[in-house]
Design a protein around this ligand. Structure first.
Ligand SMILES: CC(C)(COP(=O)(O)OP(=O)(O)OC[C@H]1O[C@@H](n2cnc3c(N)ncnc32)[C@H](O)[C@@H]1OP(=O)(O)O)[C@@H](O)C(=O)NCCC(=O)NCCS
Length: 261
C-alpha cells in the first residue's frame, strides 16, 4: 500500500534519499546534492533506505530517475549497481495544455465514433477482454481481471462520465476501445492533472485512428471538467502510442528510468 515519503539524510551533505510508497512498491530517489558524500556513505544510507519498512525486496524497490523536471534524482549508477539494481524500463510522463482547440491539427483525420460512459453491469467483462488483448505485451496493464477492475472502480476518484467506451460494430457485446480518465488534485509540485489513465483499442481495430478519437474525447472531457493540463504515462518503447501522443501535442515532462533487482 502507498505510504508517505520517508527521508534518509546522507551525513555530511544536504542530500536525502527519499523512499516513497507507490501502488507497485517502493520508489527511491535522491533529493539534493550528493557530490560531497563518499560512495561508502551513500551506499550505507541507500542500503538502510531500501530496507526501510520491510525486509528484503518485499514490497519491491525501484530506483527512479526523473528528468528533466527533477524532483528526485537517481542514485549514482555505481552505487545502484553495487546494491544489485539494473535498469528495467523507461517510462515517460507526457503532458499537454488543455483544452485542445477545435482547429488543432491533432484533430485532423479523427473518425467520429459513438462513445458512451462505461456501464459496469454491461461492460465489465468485455472491457477486461479488450484491455488484455490490447495490452498483451505490457508489463503491468495486460493482466486485468474482473476483480482488479472492480477494485479500481471502487476507488474514490472514479467518475464513470470520464470512462468512455465504444462498441465494436462487428462483434456484438465486445468493445472496440475505451479511454479512462482520472483527475489528480493539485499538489505543491503540480497543478490539477487530468490523466489519460488507460487507453486501449482492440488489436483488430488498430491503425483506424480509433485511438486518436478516444484520446481526444478523454481530453475534451477533462477540459470540460475544468482541468487545464492533460497528462499520461507511456512506456518509452511504445512507438504506436508515442506517435499518437506526439501527434496530439503531448511532450515528455518526466522520464522515469526504473531499476529493480
Ligand atoms: C496506442 C493505441 C491506443 C493507438 O490506437 P490506434 O487506434 O491503433 O491508433 P491510431 O490509428 O489513432 O494512430 C496510430 C498512429 O500511430 C501510427 N502507428 C501505428 N503503429 C505504429 C508503429 N508500430 N510505430 C509507429 N507508429 C505507428 C499510425 O500510423 C498512426 O499514425 P498517423 O496518425 O500519423 O497516421 C493502440 O495501439 C493500443 O491500444 N495499443 C495497446 C495499448 C496501449 O499501448 N495503450 C497506450 C498505453 S500508454
Amino acid at each position: 500500500m502507498p505510504f508517505p515519503p520517508v527521508d534518509h539524510p546522507v551525513p555530511g551533505t544536504d542530500a536525502i534519499l527519499r523512499v516513497e510508497g507507490t501502488a507497485d512498491g517502493r520508489d527511491i530517489g535522491v533529493r539534493g546534492d550528493l557530490d560531497t558524500a563518499d560512495a561508502a556513505t551513500v551506499e550505507a544510507v541507500a542500503a538502510a533506505a531500501i530496507g526501510h519498512g520491510a525486509l528484503g525486496d518485499d514490497p519491491p524497490v525501484r530506483l527512479l530517475a526523473h528528468h528533466p523536471a527533477d524532483r528526485l534524482l537517481p542514485l549514482p549508477e555505481a552505487v545502484a549497481e553495487r546494491l544489485g539494481f539494473h535498469p528495467r524500463r523507461d517510462l515517460f510522463q507526457m503532458r499537454r495544455p488543455l483544452p485542445v482547440a477545435a482547429d488543432d491539427p491533432g484533430r485532423d483525420g479523427a473518425p467520429p465514433l459513438p462513445l458512451r460512459p462505461f456501464d459496469p453491469a454491461r461492460d465489465a467483462e468485455a472491457w477486461v477482454r479488450t484491455n488484455n488483448r490490447a495490452f498483451a505485451t505490457h508489463p503491468s496493464q495486460g493482466q486485468q481481471t474482473l476483480a482488479t477492475l472492480e477494485a479500481t472502480l471502487a476507488e474514490p476518484w472514479v467518475d464513470l462520465d470520464g470512462f468512455l467506451v465504444t462498441d465494436d460494430p462487428d462483434r456484438p457485446g465486445e468493445l472496440a476501445g475505451s479511454c479512462w480518465t482520472r483527475v489528480h488534485p493539485a499538489t505543491d509540485d503540480d497543478p490539477v492533472l487530468g490523466e489519460i489513465f488507460v487507453i486501449g483499442v482492440d488489436p483488430s481495430q488498430h491503425g483506424r485512428r480509433l485511438g486518436q478519437t478516444l484520446v481526444l474525447a478523454g481530453l475534451d472531457h477533462l477540459a470540460w471538467s475544468g482541468v487545464s493540463t492533460g497528462m499520461l504515462y507511456v512506456e518509452a518503447d511504445n512507438e504506436p502510442a508515442l506517435h499518437l501522443y506526439r501527434r496530439l501535442g503531448f511532450a515528455v515532462h518526466l522520464h522515469y528510468r526504473i531499476s529493480t533487482r
